[in-house]
Design a protein around this ligand. Structure first.
Ligand SMILES: NC(=O)c1ccc[n+]([C@@H]2O[C@H](COP(=O)([O-])OP(=O)(O)OC[C@H]3O[C@@H](n4cnc5c(N)ncnc54)[C@H](OP(=O)(O)O)[C@@H]3O)[C@@H](O)[C@H]2O)c1
Length: 275
């Protein structure tokens, strides 16, 4: 993070799995703990320890130090309306609101925080906790160029950031990369179960499945080759992988259909969460 883009004050509302992961990223990237406050009725022990170590204020009276320059919302979407009344003192017309709430639209956020002008909807994912996240972001018309830079800097502390100019696309981002790590972990589980069905001991199957995804991910990260080429590099003509892929990628009810339905269901749920 460059000094010119650091917020002078940042309030994080909801310091759970996602909010906590982002906070760790900001602190590791150089955001001073004294510039941060967290607002969460019951922060985990690990979060309380991190805050104590870094000088992050835990549950100060909202607005005691005036409105925040940046307010990051990382509570569950269903909690927005219940949490909003206590947050009003943190928000002024100068505050940049960054929301990672799945499904909650700019209109929802404007209704909950009427003083807010600048609103960024961001959809990070859990690998943000190790700086390997993928985030999609959308800024409303009230967000200044400088505020968008600040949001970009904060989000980039967690990994890749891709801005979209159409708010509706954030729900598609949610279905692909927001929820995506869970699909990959589910693949590890399924691969290990299939290994057991093929005769491997359970712990051995899990070690092999896990390292296969770790290794394939690392190869993707280090290689410039398209995923399709990497797949082809594993697939000897007439060999075992070709036999496996003929099932996995079959035209009907294969992986492409299944993943399309999976992403569509997650995107649909994001739409429902807007309420
Ligand atoms: N997890 C992901 O991979 C991921 C990825 C992208 C976006 N998101 C989004 O991130 C948000 C949080 O998800 P999460 O998975 O991090 O959930 P989480 O672990 O449950 O975190 C939410 C935190 O907010 C706290 N909280 C509840 N009510 C509050 C209030 N009134 N004021 C302040 N804090 C309050 C919760 O405390 P209690 O536990 O005590 O209720 C919890 O610590 C969601 O909107 C989700 O859509 C999550």
């Amino acid at each position: 993070m460059t000094d010119t883009r650091l917020p002078r004050s940042l309030a994080l509302v909801g310091a759970g799995k996602m909010g906590g992961a982002m906070l760790e990223g900001w602190l590791a990237a150089g955001l001073p703990g004294a510039a941060v406050s967290i607002h969460d009725p019951q922060p985990s022990e690990a979060m309380a320890r991190l805050c104590a170590e870094k000088g992050v204020a835990v549950n100060p009276q909202p607005g005691a130090a005036g409105s925040a320059e940046v307010l990051v919302l990382a509570i569950k979407p269903q909690m927005l309306d219940a949490a909003a009344p206590a947050l009003q003192p943190l928000v002024s017309g100068e505050t940049l609101v960054v929301s990672v709430l799945a499904g909650k639209t700019v209109a929802n956020l404007e209704a909950a925080l009427p003083a807010a002008r600048a609103i960024v909807r961001a959809m990070p994912n859990l690998p943000a906790s190790i700086g390997a996240g993928a985030t999609g972001a959308y800024a409303n018309a009230g967000t200044s160029a400088e505020q968008r830079e600040i949001a970009d800097t904060l989000l980039r502390a967690s990994g890749l950031v891709e801005w979209v100019e159409d708010e509706a696309l954030i729900d598609a981002v949610t279905g692909v990369s927001g929820s995506g790590p869970a699909y990959v972990f589910a693949l590890v589980e399924a691969l290990a179960q299939a290994g057991v069905a093929a005769g491997l001991a359970e712990d051995l199957a899990m070690r092999l499945a896990r390292q296969t995804v770790v290794g394939a991910g690392a190869l993707l990260a280090q290689s410039d080759l398209p995923a399709a080429t990497l797949r082809a590099n594993v697939t000897s003509p007439g060999g075992t992988t070709a036999a496996g892929l003929a099932v996995l990628q079959r035209a009907e009810n294969g992986l492409p259909d299944l993943v399309r339905e999976t992403v569509a269901a997650a995107k649909r749920r994001a739409g429902e969460l807007s309420g």
